[in-house]
Design a protein around this ligand. Structure first.
Ligand SMILES: Nc1ncnc2c1ncn2[C@@H]1O[C@H](COP(=O)(O)OP(=O)(O)OP(=O)(O)O)[C@@H](O)[C@H]1O
Ligand SMILES: [Mg+2]
Length: 333
């Protein structure tokens, strides 16, 4: 991709500024209901030019609905959203020219070849002639698909299909890219390759909003918004989010995981207990004191302890911890 595709505040639309950075997406009290379900519940969100903003949250949190509202393909019931300075309700066409949207349900034409699929999207976006040929060459090289031009999309691996989907989404060189779980179900190597492409787009200045269920992907975002029940409950860089977990984390392998978990959840001095496969992650105020508390509790209950060590909390632990705290707050109220 070339850098000249990214033009800030094009058409004389001056971008708003926040913290000295250009604001590309801004929502105020955005709300969208489906019957009794409030899918997006008073969202206040700011995305700055050139960042990779990750939207994470459990199933049904409202991530896809948020992207649809930001893509101006669905109207909010209340509140407002601007994208590249344009209002999603009144200026949806101006927004659609500037965004690329790879929906969660995005699908290619399985019977068409790679090149036929990408040509189809070029037609849809009115990309023609020499520009079209050059872009297709560049995108296919970029996605490392150029060797397979004639292969039918239905016969590509999952990872290759996602990369082709991304290439199709980029054919009109959008300045803002929305990706809804673009790598779900893709093997780890292909996921990494896909993210290398995103990083290149990011370097070129494209603003990316990506929904992902994968915490290692959230780690690669500039900032992450944690959605729960239609609301954005935390926003920050991965480092900031991780620093919001309570205390320090001790991990160990108990002889009886479920009994150990239930017991420690009732033990004084333990802030939180998370299961992680066969292991337990225990959140404590202080590691040394925490270790003593755990060992005593396990000894009293005759549960063996091995592989005990302190771990640095990752997005995974932070995410579960923040969601759990929110759930506890809600049941308390
Ligand atoms: N078109 C619709 N009609 C009715 N309900 C809907 C519709 N779209 C979304 N919902 C509901 O709104 C809530 C939020 O859904 P949404 O798809 O935005 O969540 P999500 O965070 O993207 O979930 P997932 O991780 O499963 O993709 C859910 O309760 C969902 O059932
Ligand atoms: Mg979704």
């Amino acid at each position: 991709m070339s850098t000249n595709q990214v033009q800030g505040g094009s058409n004389g639309h001056q971008p708003a500024r926040g913290n000295g950075r250009d604001v590309v997406i801004e929502t105020h009290n955005l709300r969208r209901r489906f019957g009794k379900t409030v899918a997006v519940d008073g969202l206040d969100l700011t995305v700055y030019r050139g960042e990779i903003f990750g939207l994470v949250g459990p199933d049904g949190a409202g991530k896809t609905t948020t992207l649809r509202l930001l893509a101006a393909i669905m109207n909010p019931d209340e509140g407002s959203a601007t994208v590249a300075g344009f209002d999603t309700r009144r200026q949806s066409e101006r927004i659609k020219e500037r965004i690329g949207y790879m929906a969660q349900s995005f699908s290619l034409y399985g019977d068409l070849s790679i090149i036929e699929n990408i040509n189809f999207f070029a037609d849809v976006f009115g990309v023609t002639g020499k520009v079209r040929r050059e872009r297709i060459d560049r995108l296919l090289a970029f996605a490392r698909l150029d060797r397979f031009r004639k292969r039918r999309a239905g016969r590509l691996s999952g990872g290759m299909q996602k990369k082709l989907g991304l290439a199709c989404t980029l054919i009109h060189e959008p300045e803002i890219l929305y990706l809804d779980e673009p790598t779900t179900g893709v093997d780890p190597v292909s996921r990494r390759e896909f993210w290398d492409i995103l990083t290149n787009l990011h370097v070129d200045g494209v603003t990316i909003v990506v929904c992902t269920p994968y915490m290692d992907e959230a780690e690669r975002c500039s900032r992450v918004g944690l959605m729960f029940d239609g609301r954005l409950i935390e926003v920050g860089s991965p480092e900031e989010i991780k620093s919001r977990v309570p205390g320090q984390v001790i991990q160990f392998l108990p002889g009886d995981r479920l009994r150990a978990r239930d017991l420690l959840r009732e033990t004084e001095g333990i802030k939180e207990v998370q299961t992680f496969g066969e292991l337990l992650n225990i959140f404590v105020e202080d590691v040394d004191a925490g270790r003593e508390i755990i060992l005593k509790a396990m000894q009293d209950a005759e549960i063996s302890v091995s592989e005990m060590r302190q771990i640095a909390p990752r997005m995974e632990e932070a995410f579960v911890s923040l969601i759990r705290r929110r759930e506890l707050d809600e049941t308390a109220n």
